[in-house]
Write a protein that binds this ligand. Structure first.
Ligand SMILES: Cc1ncc(COP(=O)(O)O)c(C=O)c1O
Length: 383
């Protein structure tokens, strides 16, 4: 059987050249492109989404130092938790709904007296009801981060996602919509609240440009993009060429021109990426109807989604399914590691869903035949 892999980025020769010979003005150029797709004048380019969250939190903390808690959906990326902890704030988990987005019903039941902010995340791109969250924020005086880490140029009720609340954030790390490289290869802070523009810029100006190196770029290409071809010789590669030192880039920094140059190429492909991915997702939705045991986790209509997750039976472990698919040449991906969630009570949905789902490949260009082959194997594995 053909090998079906998870695609970490859609890169071509343009991205390679851009990384090796970054054009002058790439940062300014990407900045203005991002402004045009978010319709915002106040964007700061950074090394990661978590840096963007941290700057947002710093600004909010200094605006309301009495409040200490940040609400996060109980199914979320580690990076979000790390950012909140790093700013010395307390995490309050609120359970997710069956679509893996923050449960609006549970959010409404919260006492907001000590809540500084809510991280409103569109899980894998599925829009969260931002209007209700913003109405609650006006009533209870907490701030909102519109966490659009996963998506760019997607509108929700007439406004670009990332444009709600006080701040929006984007990430350009692997597997997102536009990819600048591995983790810490790009992020953006969108400042929606005009009162926060000056202070956010002040924090950003204190940061250095990211030291992301060419070694880091090669590592991403070798290990992620060429994963299938390089697997066999990876052992020798890692023996002779040590993994690049990432200690300088994982902290807080501003985006560098290499990542901006790569992202400019990604910007040129953005519409194709969005449309191509939507097409594959629709193929899955249609063909999944032929398989009675197969069920999607999120209820997707026409949405753009970066990852497509399927339910697995409660009596099977994610690892068993993962390994069985691997045997059949299908690379699947495990869900977020939700060890944080497990430490907090009252997150039944997040715990129940996260332990029983798996992502299948949704590579742009897949045909009906590809999708049917993958789902045939998947149904066999979970039956
Ligand atoms: C929802 C969400 N928010 C924020 C981030 C942080 O982005 P970054 O990895 O660029 O720090 C991520 C990372 O994947 C994420 O999934």
């Amino acid at each position: 059987m053909q090998h079906y892999k998870i695609q970490y980025a859609y890169w071509g020769m343009g991205e390679f050249f851009a990384a090796l010979f970054p054009k002058r003005g790439a940062l300014e150029n990407f900045h203005s492109k991002l402004k045009s797709i978010t319709h915002s004048d106040n964007i700061i380019l950074l090394n990661s989404g978590r840096t963007a969250i941290r700057i947002a939190l710093k600004v909010m903390k200094s605006s309301n130092p009495d409040r200490k808690q940040v609400i996060v959906p109980a199914f979320s990326c580690d990076a979000v938790f790390e950012a909140i902890k790093a700013e010395g704030l307390e995490i309050r988990l609120v359970d997710v709904d069956e679509n893996l987005n923050l449960s609006i019903d549970k959010l409404k039941q919260q006492n907001f007296d000590d809540v500084l902010a809510v991280v409103a995340e569109h899980c894998f791109g599925l829009p969260l009801d931002m209007e209700t969250i913003c109405a609650l924020s006006a009533k209870h005086k907490f701030f909102v981060i519109d966490d659009s880490a996963h998506i760019q140029k997607i509108k929700y009720r007439g406004r670009y996602m990332g444009g709600y609340g006080d701040f929006g954030i984007n990430s350009f790390a692997q597997s997102k919509t536009m990819v600048g490289g591995r983790s810490s290869s790009g992020g953006a802070l969108i400042i929606n609240n005009p009162d926060f523009v000056a202070s956010a810029h002040k924090y950003a100006q204190e940061l250095q440009e990211s030291k992301n190196t060419i070694g880091e770029f090669i590592f991403f290409v070798w290990v992620y993009l060429w994963e299938h071809q390089t697997r066999a010789i990876r052992h020798y590669f890692t023996t002779f060429f040590r993994r690049p030192d990432t200690s300088q880039i994982v902290g807080m920094s501003r985006m560098n021109s290499t990542n901006a140059a790569i992202l400019l190429c990604q910007y040129e492909k953005l519409d194709k990426i969005i449309e191509g991915k939507k097409h594959v997702v629709q193929l899955y939705k249609k063909i999944a109807n032929e398989f009675p045991r197969i069920e999607l986790v999120q209820k997707i209509s026409e949405h753009y989604i970066i990852k497509l997750n399927f339910k697995i039976p409660t009596n099977m472990s994610v690892e068993t399914v993962f390994q069985a698919l691997k045997q059949e040449n299908i690379q699947a991906r495990r869900p977020y590691d939700i060890h944080w969630t497990k430490e907090y009570p009252n997150s039944e949905n997040a715990n129940a869903i996260a332990d029983h789902m798996i992502e299948l490949p949704t590579t742009i260009g897949m045909t009906e035949h590809d999708v049917r082959s993958i789902l045939t194997v998947f149904q066999k594995v979970i039956s």
